[in-house]
Design a protein around this ligand. Structure first.
Ligand code: ATP
Ligand code: MG
Length: 407
């Protein structure tokens, strides 16, 4: 028997929370919003001159099957932040549900569309997920057919990966982020591309002010402009510089500017387009307390996307309180991002690359191996504890520190 759409328990809303201190990009947001919601703007209809059965009546014979907004731009420019902001603004227009999926793994690997469909179908309440790819596509389209769903797909690598995920229903909207523009969707989709560039000076200094305090920016606006320029107006670099300043309330804007200039000179030969972000990262990493710096490096060994204090404690071979303190410090410096639930964290992809470089350069192979073994041992013990809870497995009670909650 073919699996069918089951009753949806409630509206699915998978959108990640939007950043509270989003700056700039107002024109781009307004233009896209109008494209999606303006009268007929997003769905150009091709009209047939007449219907043979009803002469004189004009009817629509062609609609693009999908509406796609593609947000493109260089790595770290702010595509995710923008797309999430845009999706939240649009959410009321898509009352049937908001779906979210990443199409690239934590180390840049492509996630096959079949796996993405599996997780989307699961989110939609499908209990029996079909094993056949075609059947997954069919069922997904059946779920969305004629409904108003917003689908946010992150880090799409190309049209071939995207095509099976398109709902083929113009009542829904697909928002994608990608490094390169999407080509080759043809007439089947109405595509609107928004190519993001770095922030402007005003938004850049606003972001610095949000993080380090607006009084400090107002006290020395020239130094703030210079710092923004030293960050190449790159949002990720501005965040790190702002966080660095916030942790040093006695420093002036010009102090971090001076240090950043020196760091840029030191690194300019090994860096490419990412000089500003790399220089900010390097500055912050060098000034971390040794225990937090070591934990940061070891966190690059985590195989999955997210981690919490338990994994951090295993990696650094320390207690959970010390691990939590270091994680909090790293988060405050914007070297880590919040994870999907409180107490869990993840790397920004850009930062992960720099951390991996520091891990390779600064931790000896033996230390890396031991840390990995401690982490995997922890995972195994947690899995055993979970098994006891789920299937009531026999065997000795696991250690108290890795016991899985039974309720
Ligand atoms: N408009 C903005 N206002 C405030 N912060 C921003 C803005 N744009 C980006 N940022 C911050 O800059 C950093 C990089 O942004 P984001 O993750 O959105 O970039 P990206 O282009 O999706 O990066 P990646 O290439 O890794 O996917 C994040 O810390 C984000 O919070
Ligand atoms: Mg992104």
């Amino acid at each position: 028997m073919r699996p069918t759409v089951e009753a949806l328990p409630k509206i699915v809303d998978q959108l990640p929370p939007g950043g509270v201190d989003f700056v700039g990009r107002a024109d781009e947001l307004d233009t896209l919003y109008t494209w999606v919601t303006g009268p007929g703007a997003a769905i150009p209809a091709q009209l047939a001159p007449t219907d043979p059965e009803h002469p004189g009546v004009t009817r629509t014979v062609w609609l693009p099957r999908d509406r796609v907004v593609a947000i493109t731009g260089p790595v770290g420019v702010g595509r995710t932040e923008f797309a999430v902001r845009f999706a939240h603004r649009l959410a009321p227009q898509f009352p049937d549900g908001r779906l979210y999926a990443r199409l690239t793994g934590p180390r840049g690997e492509l996630i096959p569309p079949g796996d993405v469909l599996e997780s989307l179908l699961y989110a939609l309440g499908t209990v029996a997920i079909p094993s056949s790819h075609e059947e997954r596509i069919r069922l997904f389209r059946e779920h969305l057919d004629g409904k108003r769903f917003l689908l946010l797909l992150e880090d799409v690598t190309g049209t071939a990966q995207l095509r099976p995920l398109l709902p083929q229903s113009p009542t829904s909207l697909v928002v994608v982020t990608a490094v390169v523009p999407l080509t080759g969707l043809g007439r089947a989709a109405a595509v609107r591309t928004c190519a993001l560039d770095m922030l402007d000076v005003r938004a850049s200094t606003e972001l610095l002010g949000n993080l380090a305090g607006h009084t400090r920016v107002a006290c020395d606006p020239r130094a703030a402009d210079e710092l923004a320029a030293l960050c190449d107006f790159h949002p990720a670099a501005l965040r790190m510089a702002g966080a660095w300043l916030r942790a040093r309330p006695r420093y002036a804007m010009a102090d971090v500017g001076r240090r950043l200039r020196a760091e840029r000179l030191r690194l300019h030969e090994q860096a490419g387009d990412d000089l500003a972000v790399r220089a900010c990262f390097s500055l912050i990493h060098r000034e971390l307390v040794p225990s937090a710096a070591r934990l940061l490096r070891l966190l690059a060994l985590v195989p999955g996307r997210e981690f919490g204090a338990d994994a951090a404690a295993a990696l650094a071979d320390c207690g959970p309180d010390a691990a939590t303190r270091s994680l909090t410090e790293l988060r405050e410096l914007h070297l880590l991002e919040p994870g999907s639930v409180p107490g869990r964290f993840r790397f920004h992809d850009l930062v992960r690359g720099y951390v991996q470089e520091r891990l390779d350069a600064e931790e000896r192979p033996g230390e890396r191996r031991n840390a990995r073994v401690r982490l995997l041992d922890r995972y195994v013990r947690l899995a055993r504890s979970a098994e006891r809870v789920i299937v009531g497995a026999d065997g000795p009670e696991p250690d108290a520190d890795v016991r899985f909650a039974s309720a």
